[in-house]
Design a protein around this ligand. Structure first.
Ligand code: PLP
Length: 372
């Protein structure tokens, strides 16, 4: 008997490798030169890195020279979130990923968390109040990884800039899904990760507006214009560049396609469980994400039962795998801990289609019937 077909619905945790990224990586494996070498082999590897740099810069409407490749968004956060001087303050949205909340290089006394509104977006009044204390840098997501709530980056950036500060956008969940160009978001720096857009794991970038240089984290050789020492991950960067090009070219069409899948999923959910609560349903939300809970459900149990039925979804943030901790984004928007514990996240990616929605609803319905 052949094993049951799997339905992977966890794109916000990571995405399958796009064929274009795989092809680029296989090609890059043949380029064995060191990109810093000036001979032909070195220049071939350098060509791959620079081509990818252009593709990643385009996601933000930035210059290629302002892209610093890193080992992922976690490293990009640590690179971006360093105080330029002792007194600089950092404001952090309450729903940020641990890479930002815990990964910055600021002294604890200079960091302040800005609360969310009940719809899961940053409370702009609370931000304005925090800025009364003087200029500060703000770290804010383009969109939340758990609820998909799109954050008011442009409005927040206007407030932060008028107080003399800067905005660092965690664009990890936004890239390929919403417009993340600096001119649209107002951000000054942005973090991006290849594996959320169909690229490989373990590669990402910090992208800055012209003239903003990050404070290096890794020192040594002069790679990445001195901003990040270490021989570049040529294979990973090659895959990242290819994935970035597809993400950019397909963004609008994918938003429409995945939004239709998400709407079909939520219509089906409501038919199966009329008391289901869909989080961040009101504000603009990523078209691919649905985070929901039924009162009295246990997310860990549901994830296991669905997995046995061939469906991969996540409970809360899957980045902290193995840990079933309450979701910071849900708690931050005032969801009762008992309800937050039951939250499941379905997130669609480039490889999903209507068959995945049907399979999910069939399996979820069966799990609910068994529980009743
Ligand atoms: N920021 C957000 C919003 C994320 O969802 C993730 C990963 O889940 C990260 C940062 C960390 O990215 P990476 O896995 O590249 O370190």
């Amino acid at each position: 008997m052949s094993p049951a077909k799997r339905h992977y619905l966890d794109a916000n945790a990571t995405t399958p490798l796009r064929p274009e990224a795989r092809a680029a990586m296989l090609e890059a494996m043949e380029a064995h030169g060191n990109p810093s070498s000036i001979h032909a082999e070195g220049r071939a590897a350098r060509g791959i890195v620079e081509d990818a740099r252009e593709a990643v810069a385009a996601l933000f409407g930035a210059r290629s020279r302002d892209v610093v490749f890193t080992s992922g968004a976690t490293e990009a956060a640590a690179l971006a979130l360093a105080p330029p001087d002792e007194g600089t303050r950092l404001l952090i949205g309450a729903g940020e990923h641990p890479a930002v909340r815990l990964g910055h290089r600021y002294a604890t006394e200079n960091v302040q968390t800005i609360r969310l509104t009940p719809d899961g977006t940053l409370d702009l009044e609370a931000l304005a109040m925090a800025l009364e204390g003087g200029p500060a840098r703000l770290a804010l997501q383009a969109a939340n990884n758990e609820t998909g709530a799109i954050q008011p980056l442009a409005a927040a950036a206007a407030l932060v800039h008028s107080a003399g500060g800067l905005v660092i956008a965690d664009a990890v969940q936004g890239v390929g899904r919403i417009d993340c160009r600096f001119e649209a978001t107002g951000a000054d720096m942005a973090l991006v990760s290849a594996h959320k857009i169909g690229g490989p794991k373990g590669v990402g970038a910090l992208v800055s507006r012209a003239g903003l240089a990050p404070i290096p984290l890794l020192r040594g050789g002069g790679q990445e214009r001195g901003a990040r020492a270490g021989t570049e991950n040529v294979v990973g960067i090659g895959g990242f560049g290819a994935a970035a090009r597809v993400a950019m070219a397909t963004r609008e069409a994918e938003a429409a396609r995945l939004g239709a899948l998400r709407d079909a999923l939520e219509t089906g959910l409501r038919a199966l469980a009329p008391d289901v609560v869909i989080f961040a349903e009101g504000p603009p939300r990523l078209a691919n994400t649905s985070c929901f809970a039924g009162p009295g459900t246990d997310a860990a149990m549901l994830v296991i039962a669905l997995d046995l039925a061939g469906i991969a979804v996540s409970s809360g943030a899957a980045c902290s795998s193995g840990k079933v901790a309450p979701s910071v984004a849900l708690l931050g928007m005032g969801v009762a801990p008992a309800l937050a514990k039951g939250a499941l996240r379905v997130s669609f990616g480039w490889d999903n289609d209507a068959g995945d929605v049907a399979a999910f609803l069939a399996a979820f319905g069966q799990v609910l019937r068994r529980r009743r």
